[in-house]
Design a protein around this ligand. Structure first.
Ligand code: ZN
Ligand code: ZN
Ligand code: FE
Length: 762
């Protein structure tokens, strides 16, 4: 017989516990264990009152930990014993607002298998209804206006539930119990098809729009499709003309397009997919994953000359429907924007901005409150890396080993995201893109205000990049004028600090930041940094020697000028290569020699650009990393037999100065020996990696440090990453890299927070 010792307690659960089926889960668990009491959502998370036999209450509590819904993330469970009151039954109480607003907001999640099955079942009342969802799937972050998460505080607030949906919503054993966005064809949002002038072409009957969209795409149209975080531009990936047109209209001559294919087995017919990659593709976050082609299937214009293509699987009901029309369909699904502008997500704005690109629009009458682009990842050595952290991952918080005050970090100007910290929680925003556009700037302000509201956040201090010309610096100045403390943080220190924050490191380490350009404390543009640093301070322990950047930081599209500058730096006017067009090169050399618009830099990213130009691979580029990507591709094509790398000369003084000109002379010599440029590209990579390891060893010796962090956009070069990581591990370094945020400027905000926490305390 059970011994009757009664127990009563209050259980406070924090984390991602709202909008993920937590209350119904608790309700069922309470019934299973015969617990009385209640459960409710408040702004801090979930609160439970549990009463009953002690053993049963204990079993109930361990059941919470072991059986939580898959998409929930428990941060903390605090149990406070209370007085037994003898409540009868267990109930789900109305949400209540409490003082503290720290409830976490769940990210947007791909359609779940249960809903997918219902979607394609002719007998189901949501058969082919494109807004089918349940407690385990669907939009969250993108539709939430405020907390606590309840339908009335989402953009579903304009849709009243029909009786059937209402009874599912209130039926505690139903999969749709308290699923805020639930709807059906009777009561929910509707899909419509418009032409580019916003004339209605078709209203949604079951299935009509998917079939029409397929026909339009196959006839060569570009179709804008409203997804979860914004509009995609879709086109048939097999159609060269459509791809060409999209490139032209979008102002994107080179940058590869992301693809979507209907199922993973079909994808395996034309792409190499490892187990780890397939896990990412099928995950509920559904990122774009960079994959190697197995057989040429799609248009060669999708990712011209590149080994890896970004592909994702469908995650909305409409996407699933569209791809069910033809199992072998492959579509371009690229963010709905022009060039580097932010993605369009508001309907009026989408028609205005994309009307000149898309012939048709598939849209629906529910507002996207918070936009996001697709996240982009790749797998290297069986480990996942981010290129862009956005839909599916945002706004999942990071827990920091160092609790701190309320800080706002502005991030950098390119690939911007910002971050906020509150106690020991850090929330990094979705990818906002290039802020140097008028719409980018406005977007930053709006998204920031949204985060301040939903996370009840008011910063005590702001942290910005040291760069005097950054737009984010101007926004920081506004906060400063409003009375907040402002700190400026060096760009590459922030890169390395982001790795320290991710891995909970709080000690001095060696950091290698291989990057584009970042403003240095001496006013030159850094970007090949060997730092010895903690979270608060850093020493610039080594770097490549400076060379002039003709035209400056923002005029980096003429990479041939960088190549010329590197040659001029090594040889003076008497350059052995790139001599073909003296009428063009002479004026650039004049600028360099007279030091006009030619700031000094040591950026590795720019060295990659310049060497790509010297080898004749690139001349003018249209997107940031184009020349470097093509240089990596050339190296990947080269024969890969082992050759010990050329270690670039470096001076062994207080700071290690790695001679950029000796690297360039080495490359030029190989050119003059008529070595094929693929081989030279490979030697170049080996030389950079070998030298990085050699300098790291010197630093280890000098500072007695064995932990080393790698960050910066240049480490998105997988070949270089592999070589540097491999080399360091061979020498028994403990190597840390960005795993939770990209190593490009998407990591700056996180690093700024880590440093800011130290600065505000002193
Ligand atoms: Zn579902
Ligand atoms: Zn309904
Ligand atoms: Fe950077």
């Amino acid at each position: 017989m059970e011994k009757l010792i009664l127990k009563s307690c209050e259980i406070r659960i924090t984390g991602i516990v709202q909008g993920v089926g937590f209350r119904p889960f608790i309700y069922k668990l309470a019934l299973t264990h015969g617990i009385s009491g209640w459960v409710l959502n408040d702004t801090a998370g979930v609160l439970i009152r549990a009463e009953g036999n002690r053993d049963r209450v204990d079993a109930f509590i361990s059941g919470i930990k072991s059986g939580k819904p898959e998409i929930a993330a428990i941060d903390d469970i605090v149990i406070t014993p209370g007085k037994f009151s003898g409540i009868a039954g267990f109930e789900i109480e109305e949400s209540r607002l409490s003082q503290e607003r720290s409830a976490f907001i769940p990210p947007d999640i791909a359609l779940c298998p249960d809903c997918l099955r219902e979607f394609f079942s002719p007998d189901d009342r949501r058969h082919l209804y494109p807004f089918i969802t349940c407690i385990n799937c669907g939009p969250r972050f993108s539709i939430i206006r405020d907390v606590p998460y309840d339908r009335a505080r989402t953009s579903m607030d304009t849709f009243g539930m029909c009786d059937k949906c209402g009874s599912e919503y209130t039926g505690p054993m139903d999969r749709r119990f308290h699923a805020q966005p639930i709807a059906c064809r009777e009561c929910g949002p509707r899909l419509s098809l418009y032409d580019s002038r916003r004339n209605l072409v078709a209203d949604d009957g079951p299935g009509t729009i998917a079939a029409m969209t397929k026909d339009l795409l196959y006839a060569g149209s570009i179709v804008a499709i409203k997804g979860i975080g914004g509009y995609h531009l879709a086109a048939n990936a097999m159609d060269d003309d459509a791809v060409k047109r999209l490139r032209q209209l979008k102002g994107r001559p080179f940058k590869p397009f992301a693809l979507m294919a209907g199922d993973i087995n079909f994808m395996k017919t034309f792409l190499h997919i490892s187990e780890r990659e397939s896990g990412l593709l099928l995950s509920m976050e559904r990122p774009v994953v960079l994959l190697k082609e197995k057989a040429p299937l799609v248009s060669r214009l999708i990712s011209p000359g590149l080994t890896y293509t970004g592909v994702m699987l469908p995650y909305t009901p409409f996407q699933h429907h569209l791809f069910s029309m033809d199992r072998e369909m492959v579509l371009i699904m690229t963010s709905g924007n022009i060039s580097e502008e932010p993605i369009a997500y508001d309907d009026d704005d989408a028609f205005a901005r994309l009307g000149g690109i898309a012939g048709y629009f598939v849209t629906y009458n529910r507002e996207i409150v918070a936009h996001s682009d697709d996240s982009v990842m790749f797998v290297e050595d069986s480990e996942p890396y981010f290129i862009r952290r956005s839909r599916g991952f945002v706004p999942v918080p990071f827990r920091s080993v160092k609790p701190g005050r309320h800080l706002l970090a502005m991030g950098g100007d390119l690939k911007n995201c910002f971050a906020l910290s509150k106690e020991d929680i850090i929330i990094v925003s979705q990818h906002l893109g290039d802020l140097a556009t008028p719409s980018g700037y406005g977007l930053f302000r709006n998204v920031l205000n949204h985060y301040r509201r939903i996370f009840d956040f008011s910063p005590e201090a702001v942290i910005a990049d040291l760069h005097p010309g950054y737009f984010t610096g101007k926004i920081a100045a506004d906060f400063e004028q409003a009375g907040l403390t402002r700190f400026n943080v060096q760009h590459h220190h922030a890169h390395i600090a982001s790795v320290m924050e991710e891995h909970g490191l709080d000690e001095n380490i060696i950091g290698i930041a291989f990057d584009g350009t970042g403003y240095g404390t001496d006013g030159t543009l850094w970007g090949s940094e060997f730092l010895v640093c903690g979270r608060r301070d850093f020493i610039r322990a080594g770097h490549f020697t400076n060379f002039p950047l003709p035209g400056g930081e923002r005029a980096i599209h003429s990479v041939w000028k960088i190549g010329l500058s590197l040659l001029h730096d090594a040889y003076g006017r008497d350059i052995p290569l790139m001599r073909g067009e003296d009428d063009k090169t002479a004026p650039v050399m004049d600028l360099i020699e007279k030091k006009i618009h030619s700031p000094l830099t040591c950026s590795i990213g720019r060295i990659f650009d310049g060497v790509s130009a010297i080898l004749g691979i690139s001349r003018e580029i249209s997107s940031e990393a184009e020349a470097a990507m093509l240089l990596e591709e050339a190296a990947l094509r080269a024969a890969t037999e082992y050759k010990s790398p050329f270690i670039i000369n470096f001076t062994d003084g207080e700071t290690f100065h790695i001679s950029t000109s000796s690297l360039i002379r080495y490359i030029a010599d190989l050119m003059m020996k008529k070595i094929p440029f693929d081989e030279i590209a490979l030697h170049f990579h080996r030389s950079i990696a070998g030298t990085a390891v050699a300098v790291a060893e010197k630093l280890r010796e000098r500072f007695s440090l064995n932990k080393i962090a790698l960050s910066g956009g240049v480490f998105q070069n997988r070949l270089l990453l592999r070589m540097v990581m491999g080399g360091l591990k061979e020498k028994k370094f403990e190597v840390f890299v960005n795993r939770k945020v990209p190593s490009n400027d998407g990591s700056i905000a996180l690093g700024q927070i880590a440093i800011g926490k130290e600065l505000i305390n002193t």
